[in-house]
Structure formats: C-alpha cells, structure tokens
Design a protein around this ligand. Sequence first.
Ligand code: COA
Length: 333
Amino acid sequence: MKGSGTGTAITGIGSAVPEQLLSNDDLSTIVDTSDEWIKTRTGISQRHLAPPSLLLSQLGANAALRALDMAGITASDVDLILLATSTADDMFGSACQIQALLGADHAVAFDLTAACSGFVVGLVTAAQFIRTGVYRNVLVIGADILSRWVDWNDRSTCVLFGDGAGAIVCQANGENDRLLGFEMHSDGSLAQALSISYNGQSQTLQEEVAIAQGNYESIKMNGKEVYRFAVAKVPEVIEKALYRADLTVQDVDWLLLHQANQRIMDTVAERLAIDNAKVLTNLSKYGNTSAASIPLCLDEAVRSGRVRPGQIIAASGFGAGLTWGAAIFKWGK
Ligand code: COA
C-alpha cells in the first residue's frame, strides 16, 4: 500500500442507472408541465428513477464493479473508496456499505459531500492520496438518488433530476500524472440558492437544555440564481484549471460538464469558444444525476469509443454549497 509519491491515471470507468424511466410526457400527468417546456428550457427528455427497494450503495457498487473490471483489478486491490453523494442510505454514510458489497476487504471507505461538484472533488482528493504515496488504487464513486429528495409537486425542480451512479478507478502511474491541473471553490454565503435543509423543532429535555428534532426538507432551488452562478463561474474555473495545467482551451479534446442543463452547457462552451462537437452530453436521457453525472457521461463516451486514451478532458462540476471546480485530465494510462 505505501510507496513513494507518483502521478495518477484513470484506468477504469463504469456506471449504473435504475431501469425505471419517467418521460417528460409522463411527468406532465403529475405536474403542470409539458415535454416542450422541459426540452426547451433544460434539454432533458427522460430520467431514470430508483425504485423503493434500490439502495444507493447497491447502485454505487454496480458502477464500481464495472470500473474495476475495466481497470483489470479486483476489489481486494482497492486501498480507498471515496463516495461522493448527497443522498446516502444512512446519515452516517454509504461508502462502507459499498466496501462490504464489493468485498474490498483492505479498503478504507468514506463519504464526501460536495453535491454536484462531488465527483470532481472526489477525483482531486483521490489524486492527493496517490501523489503522496499513501495509496495506489482508489475508487471514486459519484452516486445520487435525488428522486427521494425532490418535491414531486414542485414543477420548477422535479423535472430536472434523475438517479444514477458512476465510478472511476484512479491508480498510481509513476511519473506520468494524468491529472494535469485542477481548481476548486466554495461560497457558502449562497447556500440558500440550492439546498435540502434540516428543519428541526425545538424540544426541551430539561430546564435550560433544549435540542432540535426534525427532518430534512425537499430540494429548494432558486433556478435563476443557480443558472447565473453556473454560467459565470464554470468558464472561469475551467480557465484557471487549464492555466494550472499549462494548457489553453485549444488543447482540450472534450468538454465534460456536470449535466444540469443543456442551456448552461451551451453557454459555457460558447464563452470558452469550444466547438459544440467537443461537448460531451447525455443529459437528455438521464436528467441531472448530481454527483453521478460526470462519470455517467464519461463512461458512455469511453465505451462508445468517442473518448480515446491520451485525450485531454476538461471536466467541471458545480452545484449546491455553492461549490464549483474543474479537473483537467488525460483519459487512460
Ligand atoms: N413546466 C412549465 N412551466 C414551468 C415549469 C415547468 N416544469 N417550471 C417553471 N415553470 C414556469 C414558471 O412558473 C414561470 O411561469 P410564470 O412566468 O407564469 O411565473 C415560467 O415557467 C418561467 O419560470 P422561470 O423560473 O423564470 O424559468 P427559467 O427560464 O429560469 O427556467 C430553470 C427554469 C430551472 C430551467 C432554469 O432557471 C435553470 O436551468 N436553472 C438552473 C437549475 C440547475 O441547473 N440546477 C442544478 C444545478 S446543480
């Protein structure tokens, strides 16, 4: 497990989505909306939704198994499992349940919450453990079941989200560090723009000792504010990450944005002057799957042969927190 510091390579990728589908037309029988409104405002056509019996940990483990298989390593080779999620099965986290499901006996596992930026934060975190020589094989999983936290009576949010999981294997790669640059930011003063907040009622245990007891609410979002934030901050953070990688936008083979909204992706690509043909997207089929969206999209692009080893990917996540970040990496060893 221990070794000298090395670079990181992403050697495997996998994804998993629930089978159940809800189309825009289906949604229009639940809330006052239409296929036309959803498609023109967001680019989403349908979303996969987890049935009550499906655990987030199972969905994450399914994606992880595919990533391990592509990397050609087994669960017992894994040193660290990072689960980026906002929707764990258990308040104490789901990474350990994934460890158990995989049989990754030697791995330490923990959850990481950075909402829709979680996958980028997870990738960067994995690389730090590898660069310092602490771990050699790290599984980064982005998985979310936001359908459990959406208010299905609120048409301004319920049309946006879907469920899914994606995973990558990060491995020590000697002198060839494939994570070329990154940049991450947070601004908690804008937290109320997108939140699943805790609503606790005061309960007095004894005189002068009161605590709160309650539940988490459903997703609340100021769509316009989040939109403005994304189109302003995402191009900027990508440019900074490229600068750190000593690259320019002309070097980018693929732009891989968090799949939140097609209009956001189009605007970001335009501001960066990146041709639409270089923008990876599968939002139409899945909606916004939060921490899963970047690896879910990359998995399809790798398996279809679009993304090839050695190509440069500029990935950016953004969302609740508010958080945003970008990672510039080469796919493969
Ligand atoms: N179907 C039909 N009409 C809807 C609707 C729906 N699903 N949701 C909202 N509307 C209505 C509104 O009620 C409003 O009607 P009004 O003008 O009569 O008041 C109208 O459509 C326009 O609403 P508005 O909120 O101004 O729409 P918008 O152009 O800002 O688009 C979003 C809404 C959510 C698509 C857009 O703000 C957005 O994409 N924001 C970013 C969200 C995001 O990506 N979040 C996740 C980040 S990780």
